[in-house]
Design a protein around this ligand. Structure first.
Ligand code: SAM
Length: 250
Protein backbone atom coordinates (compact mmCIF):
# COMPACT_ATOMS: atom_id res chain seq x y z
CA UNK A 1 0.00 0.00 0.00
CA UNK A 2 1.37 3.38 -0.96
CA UNK A 3 1.34 5.97 1.81
CA UNK A 4 2.13 9.54 0.99
CA UNK A 5 2.01 12.83 2.82
CA UNK A 6 -0.22 15.63 1.75
CA UNK A 7 -0.82 19.09 3.11
CA UNK A 8 -4.14 19.64 4.76
CA UNK A 9 -5.66 23.11 4.70
CA UNK A 10 -7.64 22.32 7.83
CA UNK A 11 -5.30 21.91 10.78
CA UNK A 12 -7.96 20.16 12.81
CA UNK A 13 -8.09 17.18 10.46
CA UNK A 14 -4.42 16.37 10.82
CA UNK A 15 -3.80 12.75 11.75
CA UNK A 16 -0.75 10.57 11.89
CA UNK A 17 -0.75 7.08 10.47
CA UNK A 18 -2.20 5.66 13.66
CA UNK A 19 -5.14 8.07 13.33
CA UNK A 20 -4.01 10.08 16.36
CA UNK A 21 -4.34 13.83 15.88
CA UNK A 22 -1.23 15.82 15.28
CA UNK A 23 -0.78 18.88 17.51
CA UNK A 24 -3.24 21.68 16.77
CA UNK A 25 -2.21 23.83 13.86
CA UNK A 26 -0.02 21.17 12.29
CA UNK A 27 -1.13 20.89 8.69
CA UNK A 28 0.36 17.54 7.65
CA UNK A 29 -1.76 14.49 7.18
CA UNK A 30 -0.58 10.97 6.42
CA UNK A 31 -3.35 9.33 4.50
CA UNK A 32 -3.69 7.32 1.40
CA UNK A 33 -3.91 10.21 -1.00
CA UNK A 34 -7.14 10.46 -2.95
CA UNK A 35 -6.43 10.65 -6.64
CA UNK A 36 -9.18 13.12 -7.50
CA UNK A 37 -12.86 13.88 -7.39
CA UNK A 38 -15.16 10.90 -7.27
CA UNK A 39 -17.47 10.54 -10.25
CA UNK A 40 -20.89 10.38 -8.58
CA UNK A 41 -22.57 10.71 -12.00
CA UNK A 42 -21.60 7.10 -12.68
CA UNK A 43 -23.23 5.90 -9.46
CA UNK A 44 -26.41 7.99 -9.66
CA UNK A 45 -28.68 5.55 -11.51
CA UNK A 46 -28.10 2.72 -9.00
CA UNK A 47 -27.53 4.80 -5.84
CA UNK A 48 -30.95 4.06 -4.37
CA UNK A 49 -30.69 0.31 -5.05
CA UNK A 50 -28.66 -0.13 -1.87
CA UNK A 51 -31.17 -0.59 0.98
CA UNK A 52 -28.52 0.44 3.55
CA UNK A 53 -28.48 3.96 2.04
CA UNK A 54 -32.27 4.23 2.29
CA UNK A 55 -32.18 3.13 5.94
CA UNK A 56 -29.29 5.47 6.73
CA UNK A 57 -31.11 8.50 5.29
CA UNK A 58 -34.24 7.50 7.19
CA UNK A 59 -32.34 7.18 10.49
CA UNK A 60 -30.52 10.49 9.96
CA UNK A 61 -33.81 12.22 9.11
CA UNK A 62 -35.33 10.85 12.33
CA UNK A 63 -32.34 12.04 14.37
CA UNK A 64 -32.59 15.52 12.82
CA UNK A 65 -36.30 15.82 13.58
CA UNK A 66 -35.64 14.59 17.14
CA UNK A 67 -32.98 17.26 17.77
CA UNK A 68 -34.10 20.27 15.72
CA UNK A 69 -37.54 21.90 16.08
CA UNK A 70 -38.46 21.68 12.39
CA UNK A 71 -41.58 23.50 11.25
CA UNK A 72 -43.39 24.20 8.01
CA UNK A 73 -42.14 27.80 7.84
CA UNK A 74 -38.51 26.72 7.60
CA UNK A 75 -36.38 26.83 4.46
CA UNK A 76 -33.78 24.06 4.39
CA UNK A 77 -30.66 23.54 2.28
CA UNK A 78 -29.47 19.94 1.97
CA UNK A 79 -25.81 20.08 0.94
CA UNK A 80 -24.52 17.10 -1.05
CA UNK A 81 -28.08 15.91 -1.44
CA UNK A 82 -27.28 13.17 -3.96
CA UNK A 83 -30.50 11.52 -5.16
CA UNK A 84 -32.40 13.32 -2.41
CA UNK A 85 -32.85 10.51 0.12
CA UNK A 86 -32.62 12.95 3.06
CA UNK A 87 -34.01 15.92 1.07
CA UNK A 88 -37.31 14.15 0.38
CA UNK A 89 -37.44 12.67 3.90
CA UNK A 90 -37.39 16.22 5.33
CA UNK A 91 -39.61 17.89 2.72
CA UNK A 92 -43.01 17.11 4.34
CA UNK A 93 -41.76 18.48 7.68
CA UNK A 94 -40.60 21.93 6.49
CA UNK A 95 -41.55 24.78 4.16
CA UNK A 96 -39.02 24.09 1.42
CA UNK A 97 -35.86 22.08 0.75
CA UNK A 98 -33.17 23.05 -1.73
CA UNK A 99 -31.03 20.06 -2.62
CA UNK A 100 -27.52 21.15 -3.64
CA UNK A 101 -25.04 18.82 -5.31
CA UNK A 102 -22.09 18.93 -7.73
CA UNK A 103 -23.22 15.81 -9.62
CA UNK A 104 -25.59 16.43 -12.50
CA UNK A 105 -26.44 12.71 -12.57
CA UNK A 106 -27.46 12.66 -8.91
CA UNK A 107 -29.60 15.78 -9.39
CA UNK A 108 -31.32 14.27 -12.43
CA UNK A 109 -32.44 11.34 -10.26
CA UNK A 110 -33.68 13.81 -7.63
CA UNK A 111 -35.54 15.86 -10.25
CA UNK A 112 -37.29 12.71 -11.53
CA UNK A 113 -38.40 11.93 -7.97
CA UNK A 114 -39.60 15.51 -7.41
CA UNK A 115 -41.78 15.18 -10.53
CA UNK A 116 -43.03 11.68 -9.64
CA UNK A 117 -43.92 12.67 -6.08
CA UNK A 118 -45.19 16.12 -7.05
CA UNK A 119 -42.95 17.51 -4.32
CA UNK A 120 -43.58 21.19 -5.09
CA UNK A 121 -41.51 22.45 -2.15
CA UNK A 122 -38.28 20.78 -3.30
CA UNK A 123 -35.78 22.08 -5.86
CA UNK A 124 -32.44 20.78 -7.11
CA UNK A 125 -29.46 23.08 -7.59
CA UNK A 126 -26.13 22.27 -9.27
CA UNK A 127 -23.31 23.79 -7.19
CA UNK A 128 -19.72 22.56 -6.91
CA UNK A 129 -17.83 24.14 -4.04
CA UNK A 130 -14.61 22.43 -5.22
CA UNK A 131 -14.94 24.28 -8.54
CA UNK A 132 -15.19 27.67 -6.79
CA UNK A 133 -19.00 27.97 -6.76
CA UNK A 134 -20.44 29.62 -3.65
CA UNK A 135 -23.62 28.98 -1.72
CA UNK A 136 -26.11 31.84 -1.67
CA UNK A 137 -29.41 32.45 0.10
CA UNK A 138 -30.69 32.56 3.65
CA UNK A 139 -31.72 29.30 5.24
CA UNK A 140 -33.19 28.33 8.59
CA UNK A 141 -31.55 24.90 8.50
CA UNK A 142 -28.62 23.42 6.58
CA UNK A 143 -28.27 19.64 6.51
CA UNK A 144 -25.56 17.45 5.06
CA UNK A 145 -25.53 13.68 5.08
CA UNK A 146 -22.41 11.56 4.34
CA UNK A 147 -20.91 14.34 2.21
CA UNK A 148 -18.38 15.95 4.55
CA UNK A 149 -15.80 13.18 4.17
CA UNK A 150 -15.73 14.06 0.45
CA UNK A 151 -14.94 17.74 1.13
CA UNK A 152 -11.25 18.58 1.30
CA UNK A 153 -11.49 22.09 2.77
CA UNK A 154 -13.83 21.70 5.71
CA UNK A 155 -13.22 25.16 7.22
CA UNK A 156 -14.17 26.90 3.99
CA UNK A 157 -17.42 24.90 3.71
CA UNK A 158 -18.33 25.69 7.34
CA UNK A 159 -17.74 29.40 6.66
CA UNK A 160 -20.13 29.24 3.70
CA UNK A 161 -22.75 27.45 5.83
CA UNK A 162 -22.40 30.13 8.52
CA UNK A 163 -22.91 32.91 5.97
CA UNK A 164 -26.05 31.27 4.50
CA UNK A 165 -27.80 30.57 7.81
CA UNK A 166 -30.09 33.07 9.51
CA UNK A 167 -28.90 34.07 13.01
CA UNK A 168 -29.75 31.14 15.29
CA UNK A 169 -30.25 28.89 12.25
CA UNK A 170 -29.42 25.21 12.59
CA UNK A 171 -26.59 23.22 11.04
CA UNK A 172 -26.98 19.42 10.97
CA UNK A 173 -24.06 17.32 9.73
CA UNK A 174 -24.24 13.53 9.67
CA UNK A 175 -21.09 11.62 8.83
CA UNK A 176 -18.81 8.78 9.86
CA UNK A 177 -17.00 8.74 13.15
CA UNK A 178 -13.24 8.36 12.81
CA UNK A 179 -12.46 5.07 11.03
CA UNK A 180 -9.43 3.39 9.47
CA UNK A 181 -10.42 3.87 5.83
CA UNK A 182 -12.23 0.53 5.65
CA UNK A 183 -15.61 2.11 4.98
CA UNK A 184 -14.86 2.79 1.31
CA UNK A 185 -13.71 0.00 -0.99
CA UNK A 186 -12.77 2.70 -3.50
CA UNK A 187 -11.16 5.69 -1.76
CA UNK A 188 -11.28 7.97 -4.79
CA UNK A 189 -12.45 11.38 -3.59
CA UNK A 190 -12.43 10.40 0.09
CA UNK A 191 -10.58 13.14 1.96
CA UNK A 192 -11.39 12.11 5.54
CA UNK A 193 -11.62 8.68 7.13
CA UNK A 194 -14.50 9.89 9.27
CA UNK A 195 -14.21 12.65 11.85
CA UNK A 196 -13.02 13.00 15.41
CA UNK A 197 -15.95 14.65 17.19
CA UNK A 198 -13.76 16.85 19.42
CA UNK A 199 -11.77 18.19 16.48
CA UNK A 200 -14.89 18.84 14.41
CA UNK A 201 -16.31 20.65 17.44
CA UNK A 202 -13.26 22.94 17.43
CA UNK A 203 -13.67 23.70 13.73
CA UNK A 204 -17.36 24.56 14.27
CA UNK A 205 -16.51 26.97 17.10
CA UNK A 206 -13.87 28.55 14.87
CA UNK A 207 -16.49 29.04 12.13
CA UNK A 208 -18.87 30.77 14.56
CA UNK A 209 -21.26 28.00 15.60
CA UNK A 210 -22.47 27.36 19.13
CA UNK A 211 -24.77 24.96 21.02
CA UNK A 212 -22.84 22.16 19.34
CA UNK A 213 -24.09 18.67 20.16
CA UNK A 214 -23.23 15.20 18.90
CA UNK A 215 -25.33 12.07 18.97
CA UNK A 216 -25.01 8.68 17.30
CA UNK A 217 -27.69 8.68 14.62
CA UNK A 218 -27.09 5.38 12.86
CA UNK A 219 -24.75 2.50 12.25
CA UNK A 220 -23.74 1.12 8.85
CA UNK A 221 -22.96 -2.59 8.81
CA UNK A 222 -20.71 -3.78 5.99
CA UNK A 223 -19.57 -7.30 5.09
CA UNK A 224 -16.40 -8.09 3.17
CA UNK A 225 -15.77 -10.93 0.73
CA UNK A 226 -14.56 -13.16 3.63
CA UNK A 227 -17.95 -12.86 5.32
CA UNK A 228 -16.59 -10.60 8.08
CA UNK A 229 -18.89 -7.80 9.18
CA UNK A 230 -17.85 -4.38 10.44
CA UNK A 231 -19.94 -1.66 12.04
CA UNK A 232 -19.38 2.01 11.24
CA UNK A 233 -21.16 4.48 13.56
CA UNK A 234 -22.58 7.65 12.02
CA UNK A 235 -22.88 10.78 14.15
CA UNK A 236 -25.35 13.62 13.86
CA UNK A 237 -23.88 16.98 14.85
CA UNK A 238 -26.32 19.82 15.45
CA UNK A 239 -25.26 23.42 16.05
CA UNK A 240 -26.66 26.91 15.75
CA UNK A 241 -25.27 29.93 13.97
CA UNK A 242 -23.77 32.23 16.58
CA UNK A 243 -21.48 35.21 16.25
CA UNK A 244 -18.11 34.63 14.65
CA UNK A 245 -15.25 35.03 17.14
CA UNK A 246 -13.40 38.36 16.95
CA UNK A 247 -10.01 38.08 15.27
CA UNK A 248 -7.13 37.98 17.76
CA UNK A 249 -5.76 41.45 18.65
CA UNK A 250 -2.37 42.80 17.51
C1 SAM B 1 -21.83 9.96 -0.38
S1 SAM B 1 -22.87 10.99 -1.34
C2 SAM B 1 -24.20 11.34 -0.20
C3 SAM B 1 -25.49 11.66 -0.92
C4 SAM B 1 -26.70 11.84 -0.03
N1 SAM B 1 -26.53 12.91 0.95
C5 SAM B 1 -27.04 10.55 0.67
O1 SAM B 1 -26.88 10.47 1.91
O2 SAM B 1 -27.47 9.59 0.00
C6 SAM B 1 -21.98 12.54 -1.37
C7 SAM B 1 -22.61 13.58 -2.28
O3 SAM B 1 -21.87 14.78 -2.15
C8 SAM B 1 -21.76 15.40 -3.43
N2 SAM B 1 -20.59 16.26 -3.45
C9 SAM B 1 -19.29 15.88 -3.37
N3 SAM B 1 -18.49 16.96 -3.46
C10 SAM B 1 -19.29 18.04 -3.59
C11 SAM B 1 -19.05 19.45 -3.73
N4 SAM B 1 -17.81 19.92 -3.79
N5 SAM B 1 -20.10 20.30 -3.84
C12 SAM B 1 -21.38 19.80 -3.80
N6 SAM B 1 -21.67 18.47 -3.66
C13 SAM B 1 -20.64 17.61 -3.56
C14 SAM B 1 -21.64 14.21 -4.38
O4 SAM B 1 -21.95 14.54 -5.71
C15 SAM B 1 -22.59 13.19 -3.76
O5 SAM B 1 -23.87 13.28 -4.30
Amino acid sequence: MLWRARVSLWGCEARNRDQRPWPAGCGWIMDRMPTGKRDFDKEAAVWDENPARIKLAHDIGSAISDHVPLDTAMNVLDFGCGTGLLTLRLAPLVGSVTGVDSSRGMLEVLEAKIAAQNAANVRALLIDLDAGDTLTGNYDVITSSMTFHHMEKIASVLNQFHRCLVPGGYLCIADLDLEDGGFHGDREGVFHFGFDRALLHMALVEAGFDRIMFTTAAEVVKSNSHGETRKFPVFLMTAQRGERPEPAGP
